[in-house]
Design a protein around this ligand. Sequence first.
Ligand code: UDP
Length: 240
Amino acid sequence: MSEAKFNRIILKLSGEALAGEQGFGINQDIINNIAKQVKDVHKIGVQVAIVVGGGNIWRGIAGSAKGMDRATADYMGMLATVMNALALQDALEEQEVDTRVQTAIEMRQVAEPYIRRKAIRHLEKNRVVIFASGTGNPYFSTDTASALRAAEIEADVILMAKKVDGVFDSDPVKNPDAVMYKELSYLDVLNKGLGVMDSTAASLCMDNNIPIIVFNLEQNGNIFRACIGEKIGTIVGSDE
Ligand code: UDP
């Protein structure tokens, strides 16, 4: 048990992370692989809460760009996260990991409503908790939901899963000379507009001193490495 550096983590999975190369929807192999990686950290006693995005299905901003009412489009985005949450729950239970989905928009036939104290109780009982529907409010993102839930459940860290190794000074997909930062402060992220997370999420992390590790999900075992304190990706924290 002592192997783990963190007692309680929030794993932020974007919708894109579940889609893989197909770029849309849910890739079953990928979701199964994520479930296995989660099981590995769960086994060493890390309490895992997951905030899942919905961009692989629907993004509010895209709907509103086409003329749809922004709040309506955002609610659709939040519903998309519920589909991803259920798919993840299914994959985790396939791995025999006890899992509960809690949703910020009530739908009792499908998932529990979000109740902070109950979420903490589940974690203490070694259940993985998946937070769906973001914050439950339009105009926010699931990045902000991960910061909010991390503060609420007193998580030690947010693990931000990406398709690249960490945070770079330019887009590493387009620029082969892009340099990865090992460490950054919240203010760096905010001032340089580094695309780690949106500014609402970054300020919430800064105000509540929640460290963020940005890492590559596509490299197998990275969630485990991060949880045992191996230095992977980019660490975002306070300056001191
Ligand atoms: N969303 C929202 N409020 C929230 C979280 C999400 O309105 O608190 C909506 C928003 O439209 C967003 C969509 O849900 O575009 C999907 O979430 P997000 O874009 O954060 O998913 P990701 O980029 O992580 O896949």
